[in-house]
Design a protein around this ligand. Structure first.
Ligand SMILES: NC(=O)c1ccc[n+]([C@@H]2O[C@H](COP(=O)([O-])OP(=O)(O)OC[C@H]3O[C@@H](n4cnc5c(N)ncnc54)[C@H](OP(=O)(O)O)[C@@H]3O)[C@@H](O)[C@H]2O)c1
Length: 249
């Protein structure tokens, strides 16, 4: 029998994945993981062109096909173009990972209309319209959608009210899409706690570690493991995998 890693290496051969916000950070780690399991991967980016080009090179070095496609996901026409271009260049779609987001601090008194719209458009409207645009392609392939929520969609953080509302919306969106798109397409979400990444304020990690029973922050590998699990979890839909070292307990 082949060892587990060797079987996973080819598990997604011939599949096409699109990861939004995949030029860097979590999206990139997920894209590289899917490629390492055999998938061809579309790297969606908004402003980070050179990081997106690097991600494409990293995936091509794994022997997979990749391309960097640009779109501002706040605009529905741009989303539709992104999926049309994916279909034309890759011939279809099997896996959609909605990772792109923002994380805007805003309390009750300092939330402007612009902040509210930017948080909700990027974090909630975009995954909905990405799912809508991807659905005809994913129906053909019997595909899967993985959304990114946040434990901030479960815990009310008064310093991030629009963010929390947007991510709570992603949790309900996941359940609605799972029902609407069954039985052909499975839809699940991941709600991470703090994931350690270079450049993030060290106090975020310290505060999280203090509160999390497992006494550490997450890593991009932890997130990639969860995405891989959901891609392969054939009897699971409409669920939210809370990946937080026990922080919400
Ligand atoms: N990091 C954490 O600890 C953590 C915790 C809980 C949940 N999450 C969730 O996990 C996911 C990934 O987290 P992350 O920290 O890697 O995300 P991130 O760095 O905040 O954002 C990922 C990408 O989203 C893209 N993006 C932002 N606005 C966009 C727009 N209008 N149109 C298109 N793309 C846009 C950006 O692409 P460009 O750079 O190309 O402009 C950015 O690189 C997010 O959904 C996040 O909410 C993360």
């Amino acid at each position: 029998m082949l060892p587990f890693r060797a079987t996973m290496d080819a598990a997604l051969q011939g599949r096409v994945a699109l990861v939004t916000g995949a030029a860097k950070r979590i999206g990139r780690a997920v894209a590289v993981r899917l490629a390492s399991e055999g998938a061809d991967v579309v790297i969606h980016y908004h402003r980070s062109k050179s990081d997106a080009d690097d991600a494409v090179s990293e995936i091509e070095k794994l022997g997979r096909k990749s391309a960097a496609l640009q779109a501002d996901l706040c605009g529905v026409a741009e989303i539709q173009r992104l999926f049309q271009e994916t279909a034309e260049r890759f011939g279809g779609l099997d896996i959609l990972v909605n990772s792109a987001a923002n994380f805007i601090p805003a309390r009750l008194e300092d939330t402007t209309e612009k902040i509210w719209d930017t948080a909700l458009d990027t974090n909630l409207k975009a995954p909905f319209f990405c799912a809508q645009a991807a659905a005809p392609l994913l129906k053909k392939s019997g595909g899967v959608i993985i959304n990114f929520a946040d434990i901030g969609g479960i815990l009310p953080w008064t310093g991030y009210i629009p963010h929390c509302a947007s991510k709570a919306g992603v949790i309900m969106l996941t359940k609605c899409l799972a029902k609407a798109l069954a039985p052909e397409i499975r839809v699940n979400a991941i709600a991470p706690g703090t994931i350690t990444m270079a450049g993030d304020p060290s106090e975020w990690e310290a505060d999280f570690v203090r509160r999390a029973p497992l006494r550490r922050a997450g890593t991009t590998d932890d997130v990639a493991d969860a995405v891989s699990y959901l891609v392969h979890a054939k009897f699971m839909t409409g669920q939210v995998l809370i990946l937080d070292g026990g922080r919400t307990l």
